[in-house]
Design a protein around this ligand. Structure first.
Ligand SMILES: C[S@@+](CC[C@H](N)C(=O)[O-])C[C@H]1O[C@@H](n2cnc3c(N)ncnc32)[C@H](O)[C@@H]1O
Length: 217
């Protein structure tokens, strides 16, 4: 096994060699988000954003749901990977943060593919049709909510569709059982739940902050 530290230079190189190198729209959105201060750390990296676009392409996503939109970078990445006529439903509670996203979606030409619902995500998900019609799901909101979001979303994903969950290794704290932070505890329970769920097959990618990739059976 080869292991090395991913420096900023290595990450920039990788990001610059994908089919979606950073555009002016993405640069502007990322710098507007950085200007918000510490909360900007909630935004996924460009390497992960490119993976989201690729996942949307791989599953031929026509119907996608994102739980946790923030300033709209991850949603922009999913939206640009949708098939023609595809739709992304975004769930968040912050008008202030998602307003930044709305402007970026317009500039990126993907706004007409995205519907944003400002409400607790569990309410939005429970109101979705019960049919298994979703192709792609990205969960990246409040960590204690992950298990409930999973329960609402798994039955709504079609066979062969994919569910992604972010931050599942919680900066490594996931294996430190002395760490009883509420988010770490919730994520441990969530990871156990996914691993035991016979409706999916799942891999946990020890990249980014830990990304679960689950395929509905
Ligand atoms: C980690 S950020 C999402 C980052 C985003 N995916 C990105 O990469 O830019 C988490 C988001 O979840 C939202 N959130 C927190 N609790 C929520 C809830 N109960 N329902 C819906 N959204 C929620 C927050 O407002 C925040 O924007």
């Amino acid at each position: 096994m080869r292991n090395f530290t991913v420096t900023d230079a290595v990450r920039d190189y990788a990001v610059g060699h994908s089919s979606w190198p950073p555009s002016e729209v993405v640069r502007r959105l990322r710098s507007e988000t950085a200007a918000l201060g510490d909360v900007a750390a909630m935004q996924i990296g460009e390497d992960q954003g490119q993976l989201l676009t690729m996942m949307a392409r791989l599953v031929g996503a026509r119907r996608a749901v994102e739980v946790g939109t923030f300033t709209g970078y991850s949603s922009l990445c999913i939206a640009r990977g949708l098939v023609e006529g595809g739709r992304l439903l975004c769930c968040d509670v912050s008008d202030e943060w998602t307003a930044i996203g709305r402007r970026a979606w317009e500039r990126a030409g993907v706004a007409d593919r995205i519907e944003l619902r400002l409400a607790p995500a569990l309410e939005t998900l429970r109101a979705l049709p019960a049919e298994a019609e979703l192709d792609l799901v990205f969960i990246d909101a409040d960590k204690p909510g992950y298990a409930a979001y999973w329960d609402e979303l798994v039955p709504r994903v079609r066979a062969g569709g994919v569910l992604l969950a972010d931050n599942v290794l919680w900066s490594g704290a996931i294996v430190d059982t002395d760490d009883t932070d509420a988010n770490a505890v919730a994520l441990r329970a969530f990871n156990d739940k996914v691993a035991a769920d016979r409706r999916v097959e799942a891999a946990v990618l020890p990249a980014f902050d830990g990304l679960t990739i689950a395929r509905k059976l």
